[in-house]
Design a protein around this ligand. Structure first.
Ligand SMILES: Cc1ncc(COP(=O)(O)O)c(C=O)c1O
Length: 453
């Protein structure tokens, strides 16, 4: 039964928030500045913030801050609020669940929501083989569990990840993650038996998918050996590493090699999942059927939930009690996921992601035609990026940082990424309007113009 959500007018977020960029103070305003001072005195400084503004409401394509500034959201809280903040399907499902019960621990007394989410993920992940799912809290925790499962199933221990890859901040996932600063520096030693292979990076290496796969397979065979390798883990489009879309054929060749060599092929779809790229999962663009798929972020409209879904024989390998955790698949998070899945469907968000890609490509291509510092435009759906380069084609992290800062000051939330810190990534909520998206990219253009070469 659906119910109506009521919130005091000034606190109501969601799609009914006025969809406009509106600055009433400098960024950050006095209220945000006061809160930032309080944060500095209370919160560990390693937990830094990209923009010094405190959010009080969000929805559609905007985030409203404590001073009443309405900012264009081109980040979705790092690819999480794909359905939009406070989407009514999510909000209503959460409120209904909170009123019934908040926690029993699924491994003590189970409940329907967990099983329903597992059934949905078994259905929507690639391949029509028999599947099983296990739920966790964060992307990193799900990655850790995917590796545990692959090791248990194969009886082998080595794992290979890729240059530029990002898989999280726990000990094993730091080992899998490529970039040292800020993710790994000073936090070692890291989990053993983790290796790195070269990625396909068409803008930089000029290799075809087949050539790049041959290079990666050579590394795996010579430096590890298939007989020791439990799993390959790879993002179908790398997120933090710079929105790197591998050359066509790279992922299928890796998967084929993994299948032929008894190596579990794991797709980390934490950032690419849930309509973000114009398919429910980015693996679908590549025609690959991973043995295990890791999901999080967009799965539950902003609530913490993650999952590993995969071949039944692999997922069922660990003994009873070998997988779990206190909160994994919490009933509120699973209710949110069921609401979000409804939103993806009823708002036709796969199609919307493709429309947003069209707008972003239009705007960035026009910009590139008059500004050679836009070195590359890449991505899929509403996961698009531009790589910023200097006159010699080298990564320009300084300019990238200045552009992002300018956007922030003008009320546009943009994120950067890339091993060299020179990529501006666009991850708008799929609920953003065309007009706000174009306006946001217009501010990026202004920022580039303000930082003329
Ligand atoms: C591809 C990928 N894997 C794993 C993670 C880790 O997820 P979490 O931050 O929820 O632990 C992220 C987070 O950005 C990610 O992008």
């Amino acid at each position: 039964m659906s119910m109506t959500v009521t919130a005091p007018e000034h606190l109501a977020g969601g799609p009914s928030l006025p969809q406009q960029r509106r600055l009433v103070t400098a960024i950050p305003g006095p209220e945000s500045q006061a809160r930032m001072a309080r944060k500095a005195a209370a919160v560990a400084s390693g937990v830094s913030t990209m923009m010094p503004v405190f959010a009080v409401a969000a929805g559609g394509g905007v985030v409203v801050d404590a001073d009443g500034n309405s900012l264009i959201d081109l980040g979705s809280g790092i690819a999480v609020t794909n359905v939009g903040n406070a989407d009514p399907f999510v909000t209503e499902a959460v409120i209904e669940q909170v009123r019934r019960f908040t926690h029993t621990c699924f491994t003590i007394t189970p409940y329907d929501g967990y099983v329903e989410v597992a059934e949905a993920l078994n259905r929507l992940t690639p391949g029509d083989h028999e599947k099983r799912t296990a739920l966790f809290n964060s992307g990193a925790e799900a990655v850790e569990n995917a590796i545990k499962i692959a090791r248990h199933y194969t009886g082998k221990s080595a794992v290979v990840a890729f240059d530029h890859g990002y898989h999280g901040r726990t000990n094993l996932t730091m080992a899998l993650t490529a970039k040292a600063m800020p993710y790994k520096a000073g936090f070692g030693p890291f989990a053993p038996d983790v290796y790195r292979a070269p990625m396909s990076y068409p803008f930089r290496d000029g290799l075809s998918g087949a050539e790049a796969a041959e290079r990666a397979i050579h590394t795996m065979e010579r430096q590890i050996g298939a007989d020791r390798l439990a799993a390959i883990i790879i993002e179908p489009i790398q997120g933090e590493g710079g929105f790197i879309v591998p050359a066509p054929g790279f992922l299928p060749a890796l998967q084929e090699w993994a299948n032929a060599n008894g190596v579990v092929f794991i797709a980390d779809e934490v950032q690419t999942g849930f309509a973000r790229t114009g398919q429910m999962l980015a693996s679908e663009h590549e025609g690959i059927v991973p043995d295990l798929v890791v999901m999080a972020k967009g799965i539950a409209g902003g609530l913490p939930l993650s999952a590993v879904t995969g071949r039944a024989e692999i997922m069922d390998a660990p003994h009873a009690g070998g997988l779990g955790g206190t909160y994994g698949g919490n009933p509120i998070a699973t209710a949110a996921a069921l609401g979000a899945l409804r939103a993806y469907d009823e708002h036709d968000l796969l199609a919307r992601a493709r429309e947003l890609e069209g707008i972003i490509r239009d705007e960035l291509t026009a910009l590139q035609s008059r500004d050679a510092r836009i070195g590359d435009i890449r991505g899929r759906g509403a996961m698009m990026a531009t790589e910023i380069v200097d006159a010699d084609g080298r990564p320009d992290a300084g300019l990238t940082g200045r552009v992002a800062k300018h956007c922030h000051a003008q009320g546009v939330i943009v994120l950067t990424c890339g091993t060299d810190g020179n990529v501006i990534r666009l991850l708008p909520p799929l609920s953003i309007s065309d007009a706000l998206l174009r306006e946001g990219i217009g501010v990026i253009a202004e920022a580039l113009a303000a930082n003329a070469a």
